[in-house]
Write a protein that binds this ligand. Structure first.
Ligand code: ADP
Length: 251
């Protein structure tokens, strides 16, 4: 719809702006850190401690700008046919360790075959990581997060789709939060925990791959994210050398 593409255009220009600012900041931070290192060789005592704090803050700022750059990055990445089942199974161990002991992660790949999509593998990992970390943050008292894949046909969307679903038994969110969650810099988390870039990045990656994302959430019950990506031909799944552009089917 028109409203949808206006929204996509707004997110896109915000992304470009953020990317430009992040780039300049990154350069300035590198200078700050360099000089802090020079001075560190010459000072001792309390001044050295203060300097270490300056360096720490610059370091944190740099990791933030790196995230921004990643979000704003729009150059084509290497696209290959990837099996979504393998993406969730491959990340299972790392994700389980990341989310802690009071949350259980269940990976349920589609039974009965591959779930191939054309995308960049690293970006698919990034999508999954962002969704699972958000699920963890929504379950401070523990819970269950399920990552599953299947193949489906969607009314009003021609073709066949590979679907990645991540659902949690967390706090859920209000309609106001749900309306804004794909906006860059929108976060409800404390400043040192949230950047508001996770879902904006996911949104961009899914759009670039010609896909769709939707969210369903109920306060006190939990949240489900569904990502649709155009189903690829399984025959090419083993071929990891393809490097052409992702298909765009509009935003
Ligand atoms: P961040 O995680 O840095 O806040 P995101 O863009 O990933 O940035 O998320 C934006 C906001 O969306 C979060 O601050 C949170 O309020 C909400 N959100 C995202 N995922 C969930 C979830 N699974 N359950 C509840 N709220 C969520």
């Amino acid at each position: 719809t028109q409203e949808r593409s206006a929204r996509a255009a707004r997110l896109e220009s915000l992304g470009q702006l953020a990317g430009g600012v992040a780039h300049d900041f990154n350069n300035l931070l590198a200078i700050i850190m360099n000089y802090a290192d020079f001075v560190a060789e010459e000072v001792t005592g309390e001044a050295a401690d203060d300097l270490a704090r300056i360096r720490d803050a610059a370091d944190r700022a740099r990791s933030l700008t790196s995230q921004l750059l990643l979000f704003a990055k729009r150059e084509p990445t290497q696209v290959e046919v990837v099996d979504l089942n393998e993406v969730i199974l491959g990340a299972e161990e790392l994700l389980s360790r990341t989310i802690g002991e009071n949350i259980s992660l269940k990976c349920r790949p589609r039974s009965g075959g591959l779930t191939p999509v054309r995308a960049n593998r690293g970006r698919l990992d990034q999508i999954l990581l962002n969704l699972v970390i958000n699920a963890r943050d929504a379950m401070p008292d523990g819970g269950v997060v399920v990552a599953s894949t299947d193949i489906s046909e969607i009314p009003d969307l021609p073709g066949r789709w590979a679907r990645l679903t991540v659902s949690d038994t967390g706090t859920g969110m209000t309609p106001e939060v749900r309306d804004r969650l794909f906006e860059p810099f929108f976060t409800t988390k404390p400043v040192d925990q949230g950047t508001g870039l996770g879902l904006a990045t996911v949104y961009g990656i899914v759009g670039d791959a010609g896909g769709h994302i939707s969210v369903e959430s109920e306060l006190g019950i939990g949240t489900t994210f569904r990502i649709l990506l155009p189903l690829a031909s399984p025959a090419t799944c083993a071929d990891t050398s393809a490097t052409d552009q992702p298909v765009r089917v509009g935003n």
